[in-house]
Design a protein around this ligand. Structure first.
Ligand SMILES: [Zn+2]
Length: 103
């Protein structure tokens, strides 16, 4: 569901998250990773702390703390996710592999 709320784009750089990608000389099947806005090492949890980032941004970000702007955007994103979940309630479920982690 986060994937839909982010329009299939990276939380940080807005690059599309579809398709294979090459990063640091390695080939990856897909260009998306689940990123913790507040790093786990600094007490960040799952749930509303999760966004989808492209591989490169996730690697570049490492363990730095989010900026105030990123925190605000993550909050806005998850408000949108909550809205979408409500809007989709009652519709037949298809095999959406991210719904488990995104809710
Ligand atoms: Zn990115």
């Amino acid at each position: 569901m986060i994937f839909v709320a982010q329009d299939g784009k990276c939380f940080y750089c807005d690059r599309p998250l579809w398709g294979a990608v090459e990063s640091k000389g390695k080939q990856f099947d897909s260009n998306h990773t689940i990123d913790h806005v507040v790093p786990r090492s600094d007490g960040g949890q799952g749930g509303r702390n999760l966004v989808i980032a492209c591989l490169r941004c996730n690697q570049d970000k490492g363990h730095r703390m989010p900026t105030e702007d990123e925190i605000q955007r993550a909050i806005a994103l998850h408000n949108k996710v909550a809205y979408l979940i409500e809007a989709f309630r009652g519709l037949p479920l298809t095999g959406w592999s991210y719904s488990k982690d995104a809710t």
